[in-house]
Design a protein around this ligand. Structure first.
Ligand code: F6R
Length: 606
């Protein structure tokens, strides 16, 4: 996790470093720091806590220079304090690092025996020591960096400055993302696209094992010692405004309101409404090729995967297994070359999902990634990729990425259903027509967001919540509960409504509100019975129902209506009131909505 930035050009680098770190703060916000080259020497400013603390420290000790690096941290090794904040400097060498050096303890022991003194509790500091050690032994900087890389194990995105080299910045990548940008007179590096967007749309994605050297605007890359390599730049379609709040109080709220656009962009030209077909640039399903489909993801993306199971099984009648990355990777799954693994990930970097992907590939399975971030590790390691066009998602709690993932899964299920000949005629026409209407319906629904705000206020001080749903809305209940707990810190549990009698109903009293996702389906009556059971135990029910439902209003204490759609498409609509409910509850509580405690957006460690 953690975000890194670096700048080498002709302007004062601090504005780039601070704005880049701001856009990477979603990757961690335990501490932040910068290192700037001035008069041949690298100077450090670093503090515990968020960027505002760094800004203040910098204001008290300003530094100007045209070459610098910066870091925002999510602590893995060593508590989040000033000493453990990056950059780390030893001798002439200053480093920022995103990733984990797994063998840092052994390396530290060896260096300690040779008289090295370590000041921090981090794994990162070892990098500065190893490079310095090699410099001491007479290596040139590039050689010293390759020698260091030869000794460390783990994952890294690194940027390095060295005293006495006033116009050079080095970086290296393995397992953690690193992107280079170039504009007239300057070059830069960052962990993610938004940090560079204000400067350039032409970006170079480093590959694992690469080392790069930035001298002013000149960039040179090596894939191994003495092996120069050319990595052509890619043009990024995202624009800088997409990575700004645009007048919304929080990124999360902005991203919730972007969903009509992001769902429409994701469906885009893949859906041919006139011919009732779906095509993808990089994937075409051949039914005889596969026996089973595995969907693997983490967190919110895992809930999208659960929805994917309902969709693919209903439309294509193919068996689907769903797993969390962290479970799949250690359970010795029965996956073979006759199976299709679909991973789902907003960041494309999640460590457990990546490990699941490697495992499935090692067993010969075909890998398809559903990913939001262009050029991310999962996109690169998959045999095929379908991008969600959600645009940059900055709020740590995922919203628009989820609805875009579900939109891709709907498209994929239609595509597979046509290929397996299990979806045709009127059934196919109905689902295609409903999909075309979806973005407009999300818009209509968002226009009623004030109603959710009122409901959220009514229940904001409840100590816990239960979210229930059935069928394809059961994963939506899980997602609603996750959203609420991660940003409002209130305990919430998602449960299949039909399982209530097997235990959780014992929790029901007037203190525990139940959010019931109860839109129209072939099992609406079962859902109504579950709601009645809650009501008869004095429970309070907030129901999400379908417009035109005349029944639900008389049973539920509070009601929110969503537009009618095809039953299999409901999650894209029903999740939105739950996202808003979590948002407004957290806002009333005054929590840090875009950067909730203990979390980071990209979970690159297991
Ligand atoms: C919750 C959330 C996380 C992510 C999870 C997977 O709001 O954002 O649960 O969904 O960490 O991340 P990606 O999709 O990047 O693999």
């Amino acid at each position: 996790m953690c975000g890194i930035v670096g700048y080498n050009g002709s302007s004062n680098c601090f504005p780039f470093l601070i704005s880049g770190l701001k856009s990477l703060e979603y990757r961690g916000y335990d501490s932040a720091g910068v290192a700037i080259l001035r008069d041949d020497v690298v100077h450090l400013v670093k503090t515990q806590g968020k960027l505002d603390n760094l800004r203040e420290a910098f204001r008290q000790a300003p530094l100007e220079g045209v070459v610098g690096i910066g870091h925002t941290r999510w602590a893995t090794h060593g508590e989040p304090n000033d000493i453990n904040a990056h950059p780390h400097k030893f001798g002439r060498v200053t480093v920022v690092h995103n990733g984990i050096i797994e063998n840092y303890r052994e390396l530290k022991e060896t260096l300690r025996d040779r008289g090295h003194h370590f000041t921090s509790g981090t794994d990162t500091e070892i990098i500065a020591h190893l490079v310095e050690d090699a410099l001491e032994a007479g290596s040139a900087p590039l050689e010293a960096i390759w020698s260091t890389i030869g000794q460390i194990r783990g994952t890294w995105g690194i940027a390095i400055l060295i005293d006495g080299y006033p116009s050079t910045l080095w970086c290296a990548k393995n397992g953690s993302p690193l992107i280079l940008g170039q504009s007239p007179g300057e070059s830069m590096v960052a962990s993610d696209i938004p940090a560079l967007l204000a400067y350039t749309r032409e970006m170079i994605f480093l590959e694992d094992g690469d080392v790069a050297q930035l001298d002013g605007p000149d960039i040179r890359i090596w894939s191994a010692p003495q092996t120069p390599v050319t990595r052509p730049p890619q043009t990024i379609q995202w624009n800088p405004i997409m990575a700004e709040k645009g007048g919304y109080k929080h990124f999360m709220l902005k991203e919730i309101f972007e969903q009509p656009r992001s769902v429409a962009d994701t469906i885009g030209e893949r859906l041919h409404a006139d011919t009732h077909t779906v095509t993808f640039d990089d994937f075409s399903f051949v039914p005889d090729r596969f026996d089973r489909i595995f969907l693997v993801a983490c967190g919110t993306s895992y809930y999208a995967a659960l929805i994917g199971k309902y969709l693919i099984e209903a439309m294509a009648r193919m068996p689907v297994e769903v797993d969390m990355g962290s479970e799949f990777r250690y359970r010795d799954p029965l996956i073979t070359e006759r199976d299709l693994l679909i991973t789902i990930s907003q960041s494309g970097e999640t460590a457990d999902t990546l490990a699941a992907l490697s495992l499935a590939k090692s067993r010969g399975a075909t890998a398809l990634g559903i990913v939001n971030v262009l050029g991310s590790a999962i996109a690169r390691k998959s045999d095929h990729t379908i991008y969600t066009h959600a645009g940059p998602e900055i709020g740590v709690a995922s919203t628009k990425a989820f609805s875009a993932q579900v939109s891709v899964l709907i498209l994929l299920a239609i595509h597979m259903g046509i290929a397996t000949q299990r979806l045709s005629g009127q059934d196919l026409a109905d689902v295609v027509d409903a999909l075309v209407r979806l973005p407009k319906q999300i818009n209509e629904l968002l226009a009623q967001s004030a109603q959710i705000n009122v409901i959220a206020r009514r229940y904001a001080h409840s100590p816990a919540f239960l979210f229930i749903g059935r069928g394809i809305n059961y994963p939506v209940a899980l997602e609603g509960a996750l959203k609420l707990k991660e940003i409002s810190y209130v305990h919430a549990e998602g449960y299949p409504a039909g399982e209530m009698k097997h235990g959780p109903i014992a929790l029901i009293d007037e203190e525990l509100p139940v959010l019931a996702v109860a839109t129209e389906s072939n099992i609406t009556e079962k859902m109504i019975s579950n709601i009645e059971e809650v009501k008869s135990r004095r429970g309070k029910v907030i129901a999400i129902a379908t417009q035109g439902d005349v029944h639900m209003g008389s049973i539920a204490d509070d009601l929110f209506l969503v537009p009618r759609t095809h039953p299999l498409l409901q999650p894209v609509l029903t999740v939105i009131p739950l996202q808003l409910f979590a948002y407004y509850t957290a806002d009333i509580k005054g929590t840090d909505i875009d950067q909730p405690r203990n979390l980071a957006k990209s979970v690159t460690v297991e």
